[in-house]
Design a protein around this ligand. Structure first.
Ligand code: SF4
Ligand code: SF4
Length: 305
């Protein structure tokens, strides 16, 4: 068995759903895209997106001697959805914080690789300036759709992306061509026109950004626009035909607590936030931001401590 096949098999054994390999390189097309996106201010207040431009577009500047990128995907499509009418939480945030889950598995994978191939490596999952979707495409796992989301032909977009940067040369996979065709369902479905053009997300209008990253006070006009969205947004993912056949994940680490589905959000307290969302992506928004959104959703202004 060659090293590439060994690595891909080991990735599945540690619990990932797909694995591909790319050779480290400068990404000229993606660098030009990023430069224009930043120049247009589409990143809003995510100023960190403008930092480390060189490293972001060339992983060899991020990790010295990095020659290969092993890219893994982990399905997070949930086994059951929130009850109808509940303030909406993006599906990726139902369970534990994926940063730790994916990184732990990547480190397990690295140990397995090192038992066979002498090498050094570093694991990343949304934790460093790396254009993860671009590398997933380069590694032959799927493509970046008009929604700006990564799409795997069978897992769809409901998957976390992680990477191992290795200091060994491996045979790269062939990048996958884009398969959106004439479709524009994601653009038509976006409630805030954040996808006014194919492949171009204006974060300043995106519900995910506004409910998670944005630190200012949301004006009434935005609160109206956000409707029932509490944390993140899955509208463009749900609209995509490639996600219609998404299958539920059975990763033990990603399963939400039963209490998540039973929450009475209208009486959400700081105690519940601290207990139920101790290791959750919802911590990124913080209690006060969630509570402000809940007050807007329920038309109340009482902060329950
Ligand atoms: S996440 Fe929601 S608001 Fe953002 S682009 Fe997709 S549909 Fe539009
Ligand atoms: S909804 Fe259509 S256009 Fe948008 S990402 Fe999916 S396939 Fe591509």
């Amino acid at each position: 068995m060659d090293n590439e096949t060994f690595i891909k098999n080991a990735a599945l054994e540690v619990g990932f759903d797909a694995c591909g390999i790319a050779a480290t390189d400068f990404l000229p097309k993606d660098a030009a895209y990023l430069q224009q996106w930043l120049a247009d201010g589409c990143h809003g207040e995510m100023h960190y997106m403008a930092n480390h431009f060189g490293k972001r577009t060339d992983p060899r500047l991020l990790v010295e001697n990095a020659k290969s990128i092993v890219v893994v995907l982990m399905n997070y499509f949930p086994q059951c959805l929130q009850p109808s009418g509940a303030p909406l939480v993006a599906k990726y945030a139902y369970g534990a914080d994926y940063h730790f889950v994916v990184k732990n598995k990547l480190n397990e994978l690295l140990v397995q690789i090192q038992q066979r191939i002498p090498c050094e490596g570093i694991a990343f999952c949304d934790s460093a300036p790396i254009l993860e979707r671009c590398w997933a495409q380069r590694a032959g796992l799927g493509w970046i759709g008009k929604s700006n989301l990564f799409i795997h032909p069978t897992l769809g977009s409901y998957c976390f992306i992680g990477e191992l940067l290795l200091d060994i040369a491996l045979k790269p996979d062939e990048p996958m061509a884009e398969r959106c065709g004439q479709c524009r369902k994601c653009l038509d479905a976006c409630p805030t026109n954040a996808l006014s053009h194919p492949y171009r997300l204006d974060a300043r209008r995106c519900i995910s950004y506004l409910t998670i990253e944005y630190r200012g006070k949301l004006e009434d006009i935005y609160n109206e626009m956000l409707e029932n969205h509490l944390f993140g947004c899955d509208v463009c993912l749900d609209a995509c035909p490639w996600n219609a056949k998404a299958k539920a994940n059975f990763h033990a680490e990603l399963q939400p607590q039963e209490a998540f589905f039973q929450l009475d959000w209208s009486r959400f307290t700081r105690g519940q936030f601290n207990n139920l969302f101790k290791n959750s992506p919802l911590r990124r928004a913080g209690y006060r931001k969630l509570k402000d959104r809940l007050n807007a959703i329920y038309g109340t202004s009482t902060i329950t401590q």
